[in-house]
Design a protein around this ligand. Structure first.
Ligand code: ZN
Length: 480
């Protein structure tokens, strides 16, 4: 039997539709089925749930099946409008406004209801699009990272989906060809079209009606970015994504499409085979994995975080740190001490200065990975870091493991060592005492404004500026 108010409302509309079709008044049909017309009216208005015996009597009197009365389809266009309006007026978004609901009468035209519905649809659209506050965004992001940590950053269903799609498109091994991505799109019923006038806020736009996926033109021919973007656009379709209702859902969809693209570019079977072989040879390296599959260092490092714990039993950390030392992206299940804000968010926090993720920026040779052992309050870790530059500035990509697992990696013999006491403030967050004595009260730097959503909260003597770096800078230049 129907349970929700909306189902009762639809049932009422269907009963009314049948009654009017047969030219019965409420009292006439009531007399035929043995209830008062007023009772029938309550049922038609969705205010009362009819007994099955009464439903059977109504079905017999109007010559239809009970199943037909119980169908969830509105019986006609008018009923569809009324049901949609009831649903909209019952929504939390509308009720929060404190505006009285419109009572639909027989005399109300379809146009009037359409107009009110138009306002409701716009209200809901704006509600969905409301930008999450930075704090909500950080909380949602942290919850997602912890959720992924629970499952070793590994999503088996998407892994299998990607392998099926690749097989169907004839991909066997090695780097995924752009041509194969085109075939994968065709098999989904889409054509990939490259345009230079995409909306600024969109990475891709899919025309569902005409089966077209619009993508920006390739800036780097053969770069994996374009294949990845096309795969991500397809993933929305393959994974049945609906418009996200909140920021957490938006983030989760973004994770899923990124994950799918990564699975296509570095398929599970081939990747695990490659990584297991490298582990046997004690020669694991992000750069080799990257080169074998023709992807960026960042994509290869991220992908290792999906597979290394699940398949090779190695816990690890992944960090993307920008030139300011702020952590942009992070995954960790090896216990590396990382800075957190009050919401538990790591993104936007500044990494320890002694981490290779930061000190690697000072290395002159940037064509290869750098290695380091770092002693922390939670034990010793080995890591490999590669630096790079984009239009937004410098960044470093780090993959690291606990000391005991360094033996599987190339670069384990490095002599480079560092000690980090973070999160203890004395580690690297407090300026040197001598320098403070020399410069305190004699310096006035002007802070750069952080634009990014996860930017750290201003802190310290000069909001947004590291006093220690300022003092050291002044010291270097003071003698000239
Ligand atoms: Zn530190």
């Amino acid at each position: 039997m129907p349970a929700t108010a909306l189902e009762l409302s639809t049932l009422g509309h269907r009963i009314r539709h049948q009654r009017i079709q047969h030219g019965f008044t409420l009292d006439e049909l009531g007399a035929l089925v043995g209830v008062a017309g007023s009772q029938l009216s309550l049922i038609e208005n969705g205010k009362r749930e009819p007994k099955l015996s009464l439903l059977q009597a109504i079905a017999t009197a109007t010559g239809v099946e009970v199943a037909d009365l119980l169908s969830t389809e509105p019986p006609n266009q008018r009923a569809a409008l009324e049901i949609e309006l009831e649903r909209a007026q019952a929504s939390t978004v509308f009720r929060r406004l404190g505006v009285p609901a419109v009572k639909v009468t027989k005399g109300m035209t379809d146009e009037t209801i359409e107009s009110i519905l138009g306002l409701h649809r716009e209200l809901e659209r704006r509600e969905r699009e409301a930008i999450a506050t930075p704090e909500e965004a950080r909380r949602a992001n942290t919850e997602q990272r912890l959720r992924m940590r629970e499952v070793n950053n590994y999503l088996p269903d998407i892994e299998k989906l990607a392998e099926r799609q690749l097989k169907a498109a004839g991909h066997l091994s090695g780097a995924l060809k752009h041509r194969t991505v085109g075939i994968m799109a065709e098999q989904l019923g889409f054509e990939l079209i490259y345009v230079s006038d995409l909306p600024h806020s969109a990475r891709s736009v899919t025309d569902l009606e005409h089966g077209r996926i619009y993508l920006p033109p390739a800036s780097i021919p053969g770069g994996h970015g374009l294949r990845s973007m096309a795969l991500q656009a397809m993933a929305h379709r393959l994974l049945g994504h609906k418009p996200p209702t909140d920021y957490a859902e938006f983030l989760w969809q973004r994770l899923e499409i990124n994950y799918y693209a990564a699975c296509c570019l570095m398929p599970e079977t081939a990747s695990v085979g490659f990584l297991e072989q490298a582990k046997r040879e004690r020669n694991l390296a992000v750069e080799d994995f990257r080169d074998a599959f023709g992807v960026t260092h960042e994509a290869a490092a991220m992908r290792m975080s999906n597979l290394l714990t699940e398949h090779l039993g190695i816990p690890l950390h992944f960090l993307r740190v920008d030139g300011n030392g702020a952590i942009n992206r992070v995954y960790e299940n090896d216990g590396l001490p990382l800075p957190e804000d009050v919401t538990g968010s790591i993104e936007g926090q500044v990494a320890c200065r002694w981490f290779l993720a930061r000190s690697a920026f000072e290395e002159h040779n940037r064509t290869t990975e750098h290695y380091q052992y770092t002693d922390t309050p939670a034990g010793s870790f080995w890591c490999s870091t590669q630096t790079g530059t984009t239009a937004e500035g410098e960044f470093s990509i780090t993959v690291g493991v606990p000391f005991d697992d360094a033996k599987w990696f190339r670069g384990r013999e490095t002599q480079k060592r560092a000690i980090s006491q973070c999160p203890d403030e004395s580690c690297c967050r407090r300026p040197d005492e001598d320098l403070t004595a020399r410069w305190e009260g004699r310096a006035w730097p002007s802070a750069r404004v952080h634009q990014q959503m996860f930017s750290p909260l201003p802190r310290g003597a000069f909001p947004g500026v590291d006093a220690g770096e300022v003092y050291a800078f002044l010291e270097r230049h003071a003698g000239r």
